[in-house]
Design a protein around this ligand. Structure first.
Ligand code: ZN
Length: 253
């Protein structure tokens, strides 16, 4: 049982190859159970014989119980006339020894019945349980595969969108303002302009004139995929001055 759990629980940490192995291993464990349960079904006469014996024992035990009750209720007066006067009664010694024999027989039968009742586990039931687990395991694997496929297509769509954004970027780039200062560091811009996405493409930023601005080479390299806030924070830049320069250029951030 413990071993089984081990192979079922860490599904999300398994690669596809390992998942397939785990699935094969799970099936390998269930197959002998199925064989056993089929053999068991074929030889069901033993089970029927057990059920019949259980039934007979139940009836005999009931008869013993009734006899003991009967013997106990057959009370006789004791201690002669005085006993009779006082209302003293007793179960005759013969009956007591008979009851003793019956009680021994009762515990013997009860033990036999218990043995029949709690006999070996039913392989058919074990198989059904294992099968149910296996199917759950399979469903979990399928669910996981569907999830990873969905994730892949999402990633592909995102990559496509990003590529599209970059393509558009080159056409926007030519239309961008050639302002004299770098809006980020405030130094003079030289001939080498770098069109920068204020909100990064990597995070879903779009190639629009409002989101793109010409910056110096150093700022472009340092900002990379960072957001404006992260960039300002990391290099301890003057947020107010940057925002004023961007606003003057009609940028959104
Ligand atoms: Zn700069």
């Amino acid at each position: 049982m413990g071993k089984w759990k081990k192979s079922v629980i860490p599904l999300n940490r398994l690669s596809d190859a390992k998942l397939n192995l785990a699935r094969a291993e799970a099936w390998r464990r269930v197959v002998p159970l199925r064989d056993k349960s089929e053999a068991y079904a074929a030889g069901s006469s033993q089970r029927e014989a057990n059920a019949r014996e259980y039934d007979l024992l139940t009836r005999e035990l009931a008869a013993i119980e009734a006899t003991i009750h009967e013997l106990l209720s057959d009370r006789r007066p004791r201690m002669g006339a005085l006993g009779k006067f006082l209302g003293l009664t007793r179960v005759p010694p013969g009956a007591l020894s008979q009851i003793e024999v019956l009680k021994n027989r009762r515990s013997e039968l009860e033990a036999r019945q218990k043995n029949l009742h709690g006999g070996p586990p039913d392989p058919a039931r074990a198989f059904a349980t294992a099968m149910e687990r296996l199917l759950r395991f399979d469903r979990e694997i399928d669910r996981r595969k569907r999830k990873s496929e969905a994730l892949e297509s999402l990633r592909a769509a995102a990559a496509f969108a990003a590529a599209d954004t970059r393509k558009v970027a080159s056409s926007i780039k030519r239309k961008l303002e050639r302002q004299p200062l770098c809006p980020y560091c405030g130094y003079k811009l030289n001939e080498l302009l770098h069109a920068e996405h204020i909100y990064p493409v990597a995070k879903g930023g779009r190639s629009t004139r409002a989101n793109m601005v010409n910056v110096c080479e150093s700022c472009n390299a340092r900002k990379g995929k960072m957001t404006l806030t992260a960039f300002i924070k990391k290099y301890e830049l003057n947020r107010e001055a940057i925002e004023a320069r961007l606003t003057a250029l009609g940028k959104e951030f």
